[in-house]
Design a protein. Structure first.
Length: 226
């Protein structure tokens, strides 16, 4: 009888140990699975956050590019400069914004400056300007999640090229005294002629006048540089 009780106690002890071990293994397995799920969730959040930051920077740079175009056109208009001046200045303004960089918590952001290969400038038929391209960029989260590249595409309303052409045309007409005898009458005529394009003219004399773009709020001053 004592042997049977001893055997039963031993079996119970073994069974108890087995249950405890099984519980520990199950708990560890559950914890490992939970940790993996948490890590996966955190990684997905990091990826989504990285994509969101890249999208924000891309939108900001496209806005900056649009502003750079407008500012370059404005400066060129004030100084009666060439299209090449506009292209070089807009790139300079745009690169200044890139050089300023970005500061986002848990992120390392690297954006290369634009050049003629990464940012293309296209003058449109109506005198407008479009700038487009692709910048090499890296957005890296502390978890290792990454996003690459920035797409650029911007154009604005001020038609600097068209304004420049009209300014040259009007200047040449003003020099022909056989066709333009009354400057004030000529000013009224060209204002009517170009009203549909939202251009306005103020002529001071045969050597000096200003072309205004009423829609874009820009101006080009033409005068005799010789």
């Amino acid at each position: 009888m004592m042997k049977e009780q001893s055997g039963s106690a031993a079996m119970l002890a073994i069974f108890t140990v087995f249950v405890i071990l099984s519980g520990v293994v199950a708990l560890n397995t559950f914890e490992s699975g939970y940790v993996r799920q948490i890590n996966t969730l955190q990684q997905r959040i990091a990826v989504d956050t990285t994509k969101a930051v890249a999208a924000v920077v891309e939108a900001e740079l496209n806005d900056a590019l649009e502003t750079a175009i407008a500012a370059a056109m404005f400066e060129a208009g004030k100084e009666n400069r060439s299209k090449a001046f506009v292209e070089n200045l807009l790139r300079e303004y745009f690169n200044q914004r890139i050089d300023a960089g970005w500061s986002y918590s848990n992120f390392s952001i690297s954006v290369l400056r634009s050049d003629e290969n990464s940012l293309h400038v296209e003058w449109l038929p109506d005198g407008g300007l479009r700038a487009y391209g692709y910048l090499n960029a890296l957005f890296e989260h502390v978890t290792g999640a990454r996003a690459y590249g920035i797409k650029l595409d911007a154009e604005i309303a001020p038609r600097y090229g068209r304004m420049q052409y009209i300014a040259g045309l009007v200047y040449n007409q003003l020099q022909d005294t056989t066709k333009v005898q009354d400057i004030k009458l000529f000013e009224n005529e060209i204002n009517k002629e170009y009203a549909a394009e939202c251009f306005s003219f103020k002529i001071y004399n045969r050597a000096s006048f200003t072309v205004y773009e009423l829609y874009g709020g820009r101006a080009i001053t033409g005068e005799n540089e010789g």
